[in-house]
Design a protein around this ligand. Structure first.
Ligand code: TRP
Ligand code: SF4
Length: 328
């Protein structure tokens, strides 16, 4: 029997926000209890889109890891490491690139979408096209069997499985095909009802102070048909209502009723949501403050994680090189 092993990563492109917490971090925290888990700061992946500001990415690493820890990752239970510090990622990426047809990369729907979405950046680069190869190297180096990802990452994982089949058929059985663990939490939209994203600046960061949370929540778009306070609302089309379901669950039934009967105004509804959110993030923010007061702690965790990851990655890379006849 193969032991279940989990690998996942997040790109340190900016602040960690509510979308990351609900979509990814809460799941990671759950998985670390059951499986051998590797969680990676995907700084090389961040470079594929943000190559023009590499320094900022480097500076984000520590703040990102602090957020992961504050969200509940426990370095005694999982391995937390930085992709660029384990050189085997670059090495295996290169080897896998030899056997990956360009057509597989070009037909990847996430590639096409992202290129369309991030029009302000020149993404007609070799590195960006090869994004899924690097992701495949990440997964294979740890022989991960299970990869928690969002819907948008499924094409990458499928491509990874195709690369595994090709590698194994060319050089012999070295890798196993990784399976996705789909995050079931529905997507939280941003304050403007678009996808929550750094580039739209429509997110609530986990570290936002209460005043800023109140301000951002008051700016959220509600039921567009509800022009006047006396108009009955339609919570099912309102983003504030979705948030209430996550962060104020014990009050959501009552609020729904009041909304439909026009007994509550949107401003009051939002005020209540803001306070619920502030409460929800309180523990996170306290832990984050503690961690920030002890600057050595993250460096130590990463030094250990990089070493543990490095050992495993190096053993796997050797195996791949041997299979290819590159090493005796
Ligand atoms: N591409 C992932 C994202 O944008 C991040 C990532 C990099 C990743 N390497 C990975 C996720 C390996 C899972 C497995 O969210
Ligand atoms: Fe949305 Fe609340 Fe306004 Fe209803 S009362 S439309 S749920 S903000």
């Amino acid at each position: 029997m193969v032991e279940e092993r989990v690998l996942s990563g997040l790109r340190p492109t900016g602040e960690v926000h509510l979308g990351h917490l609900l979509g990814v971090l809460n799941k990671w925290v759950e998985l670390q209890e059951k499986y051998s888990c590797f969680f990676m700061v995907a700084d090389l992946h961040a470079l594929t889109t943000d190559y023009a500001r590499p320094r900022e990415i480097g500076e984000n690493i520590e703040e990102n890891v602090i957020a992961w820890l504050a969200a509940g990752l426990d370095p005694e239970k999982c391995t937390i490491f930085v992709q660029s510090r384990v050189l085997e990622h670059a090495q295996l990426h290169l080897l896998l690139s030899m056997i990956t047809p360009i057509s597989w990369l070009e037909r990847n729907p996430t590639y096409k979408e992202q290129k369309e979405e991030l029009k302000n950046k020149d993404l007609s680069t070799y590195g960006f096209l090869g994004y899924p190869i690097l992701q495949t190297a990440d997964i294979l180096l740890y022989k991960a069997t299970s990869v928690p990802v969002g819907e948008d990452q499924l094409p990458h994982l499928e491509l990874g499985r195709e690369i595994v089949r090709r590698f194994n058929s060319l050089y012999g059985q070295v890798f196993v095909e990784p399976q996705p663990i789909l995050t079931t939490t529905p997507k939280l939209l941003g304050s403007d009802n678009r996808k929550m994203s750094k580039s739209y600046k429509n997110y609530i960061a986990l570290a936002d102070p209460p005043e800023l949370i109140r301000k951002k929540v008051l700016q959220m778009i509600t039921d567009p048909a509800r022009m006047k306070r006396a108009d009955p609302g339609h919570p099912e089309v309102c983003n504030v209502y979705t948030y209430q379901g996550f962060f104020n669950p014990e009050r959501v039934a009552e609020l729904t009723k009041s909304c439909r009967e026009a007994k509550i105004g949107c401003t009051d509804c939002k005020r209540e949501l803001a306070e619920a959110l502030i409460g929800y993030l309180k523990k996170f923010q306290e832990r984050r403050k503690q961690l920030k007061g002890d600057p050595g702690i993250v460096q130590n965790i990463l030094a250990k994680g990089n070493m543990v990851a490095g050992e495993m990655a190096s053993a796997t890379l050797k195996e791949a090189q041997k299979a290819m006849g590159l090493k005796l």
